[in-house]
Design a protein around this ligand. Structure first.
Ligand code: UDP
Ligand code: MG
Length: 328
């Protein structure tokens, strides 16, 4: 049976990886004997990524190009690719060859067995510093504690999604998208295969620790309001302790009179409570900020142009717009 497979690859300044990525991926896909499309999203690169993609599209019409209007970040770039994909199965992959394209047949095989989501889990430790691995391990522990569904650890975005899952994902229009969480949240039959992660082929990672920290906060606040509850409980505990301490002070004053009140304890209390208040306001702020952004209901992305697609914009697309260079 022939099913179209869409491979979606977000690219941000990946000029030096494109040729190697294209050659390895196309070879693997050709060997599977299935028809395929390779959708490359130029996420506002400032190098010659777009030119190289256009050249590839002119040589090979299975390569399709979406040029976003600016850099939106990987999560939104992937969403754009998913929106435009037509395949029965959609495979998400990075351009830097950290996700070996040679794994694609293994993903497809599991899909044929009847799984709707096949994710690839890293087994090797290649290419990533220990601190990044360790913090990511902790993050998955926390998020799995806080949410009612399972987000597999050591798993990036490298995965295969069945059309059913893609259609489910396309109904989620949130601006703040933590894709790894959304992939799990939608449910369906999921399974994993393991692979060895290779070091980046060329260039360097776009993520720094600050962005990873933000992504972690994103992941937690998108799927759980436990931190808000934590603020409530913490407030209650501190209030209770204050009452106990107040009673102690009254009794102490009645028994021993009123010597000069303790300046240090006062300072400690004020600073401590000030800290607690700022922290909890911060947590509340995180949620209010997200609510604010979501209420604007802005389109997720804008497309500057596309190449290789039959139509200018995906059918029934609620977010984004675009024109096709082919139509000109
Ligand atoms: N990427 C993107 N937009 C961005 C940052 C990254 O489309 O703003 C793409 C990038 O080109 C690559 C993939 O996302 O194909 C993974 O990026 P990277 O290798 O920098 O992340 P890491 O592997 O370190 O998690
Ligand atoms: Mg990478």
């Amino acid at each position: 049976m022939y099913h179209l497979i869409s491979v979606v690859c977000p690219m941000y300044n990946e000029m030096d990886n494109i040729t190697a990525f294209y050659e390895r991926t196309v070879k693997v896909l050709t060997d599977t004997g299935q028809p395929f499309e390779l959708i490359c999203i130029n996420d506002g690169s400032c190098d010659r990524t777009l030119d190289r993609l256009i050249a590839l599209n002119q040589r090979d019409n299975r390569v399709k190009v979406i040029d976003l209007s600016r850099n939106y970040g990987k999560e939104i770039a992937m969403s754009a690719g998913i929106d435009y994909s037509r395949g029965e199965a959609v495979i998400l992959i990075d351009a830097d060859l950290q996700h070996p394209p040679e794994m694609i047949p293994a993903l497809v095989e599991k899909w044929r067995e009847g799984y709707d989501v096949v994710y690839a889990t890293r087994s090797g430790q290649n290419g990533e510093p220990w601190l990044k691995r360790w913090t990511s391990h902790i993050f998955y522990k926390v998020i799995n504690k806080l949410t009612s569904f399972d987000v597999p650890g050591d798993t990036g975005d490298f995965r295969l999604l069945d059309r059913k899952v893609v259609d489910a994902l396309r109904q989620l229009h949130e601006q703040h998208r933590f894709m790894k969480g959304l992939f799990s949240w939608v449910g369906f039959r999921q399974t994993g295969v393991t692979y060895n992660q290779e070091p980046r082929h060329a260039g360097k990672s776009k993520w720094n620790y600050w962005q990873l920290c933000n992504l972690a906060i994103e992941g937690i606040t998108s799927f759980s309001y436990t931190p808000l509850r934590f603020a409530t409980f913490f407030g209650l505990v501190v209030a209770f302790l204050s009452i106990v301490y107040g009673i102690y002070l009254i009794i102490d004053t009645l028994l021993h009179g009123n010597p000069v009140p303790g300046y240090p304890s006062l300072m400690v209390m004020i600073l401590f409570l000030g800290g607690v208040q700022l922290f909890t306001i911060g947590i509340i702020g995180e949620y209010i900020g997200r609510t604010y952004i979501e209420t604007k209901k802005r389109p997720l992305y804008f497309v500057r142009s596309t190449r290789g697609f039959d139509t200018a914009a995906p059918v029934e697309m609620k977010c984004g717009s675009g024109r096709s260079e082919d139509a000109q």
